[in-house]
Design a protein around this ligand. Structure first.
Ligand code: CP
Length: 323
């Protein structure tokens, strides 16, 4: 596999390869000398047409830790402002010798469109989707999976550790590309995945995504029902920027009905862990107290693990390209 556009067709073997490669890079990141020469001479371009803090910086750091050269693109100061198209922008980076392009865009399908153009031109450039509209965010899905597996075996994270475990994914499922990628990655394990949210943000058709997968998918419009005996709870950001007014609940009402709080933890297993892909609306989808609780919250670990997982993706693709 050269491009990483979606987790929908990832195989169990591919998940385990990424998890184990990321585990070895997580160990490298704990050393005093954190750099390895694996991608020396390769060029990684971060083409972020939509804002990002975690994904953009961790892809950049991951590329640097692998000794690749990095190019960063800022749409506001680029020739997009003079009318250059996205495809011509990508071709410009191709002409500069870019080997891998990491792409985020507010519209679903832009990474696929660029990958198709790179293939049509018969190039070896790899495209990594860093979040496209409401479609997918594959590297986030992989880092969430890695973080969950590490709870059981940090040295040897793998899918079979999650057999029989239960995770609740809560909130704005409709607009969340993270939820889409997590539905694919978590149902690739033999976990129970319980989606919870208000009916406007969790339409019934999501249930169909769980058929024919090793894991089981359930839908709940009641949060308390979804939390019963959960081992993990992943809260999602309320994506106000993607909502029309009729979908937008009052933030107070949303927190009362679907906000994750210390009180609600009592419904879950005693050792439950909380995740959030970030950025967080503090006090809306999760209380500040719970977010900052080091015994429960894996949010900082998700960010740290993101570097190791993105190193694994760049490494596996870069080495496959002969780098
Ligand atoms: N989780 C995530 O994609 O965060 P950023 O938007 O900061 O990259």
């Amino acid at each position: 596999r050269r491009h990483i556009l979606s987790l929908a067709d990832f195989t169990a073997a591919e998940y385990d390869t990424v998890l184990q490669t990321a585990a070895s890079f997580r160990e490298v990141l704990g050393r005093r000398t954190k750099k390895v020469p694996a991608l020396q001479g390769q060029v990684v371009a971060n083409l972020f047409f939509e804002p990002s803090t975690r994904t953009r910086n961790s892809f950049e750091l991951a590329a640097k830790r692998l000794s690749a050269d990095t190019l960063n693109f800022a749409p506001g100061t680029s020739s997009l402002t003079k009318g250059e198209t996205i495809l011509d922008t990508a071709k410009t980076y191709l002409a500069m010798g870019t080997d891998m392009m990491v792409i985020r865009h507010r519209e679903a399908g832009v990474p696929l469109a660029i990958a198709s153009e790179m293939d049509r031109l018969n190039t070896q450039v790899a495209i990594l989707n860093a979040g496209d509209g409401q479609h997918e965010h594959p590297s986030q899905g992989l880092l969430d999976l890695f973080t969950i597996c590490r709870v059981f075996d940090p040295e040897n994270p793998r899918l079979d550790l999650l057999r029989g475990k239960k995770i609740a994914v809560v909130g704005d499922i409709l607009h969340s590309r993270v939820a889409r990628s997590n539905i694919w990655s978590l149902t690739a394990t033999e976990m129970e995945l319980h989606l919870a949210g208000p009916p406007t943000l969790l339409p019934k058709w999501f249930a169909g995504l769980g058929s024919d997968r090793p894991g089981k998918l359930f839908l709940h419009w009641s949060l308390d029902e979804a939390l019963a005996d959960a081992d993990f709870v992943m809260t999602l950001r309320l994506q106000k920027e993607r909502m029309t007014n009729y979908l937008l609940p009052s933030l107070r009402e949303y927190h009362q009905l679907y906000g994750m709080t210390t009180e609600r933890l009592k419904l879950c297993r005693p050792d439950v862990k909380i995740l959030h892909p970030g950025p967080v609306n503090r006090g809306v989808e999760i209380s500040s107290e719970l977010m900052d609780n080091p015994d429960r919250s894996l949010i900082s670990q998700q960010v740290t693990n993101g570097i190791a997982v993105r190193m694994a993706l760049l490494y596996l693709i870069g080495v496959g390209k002969g780098g």
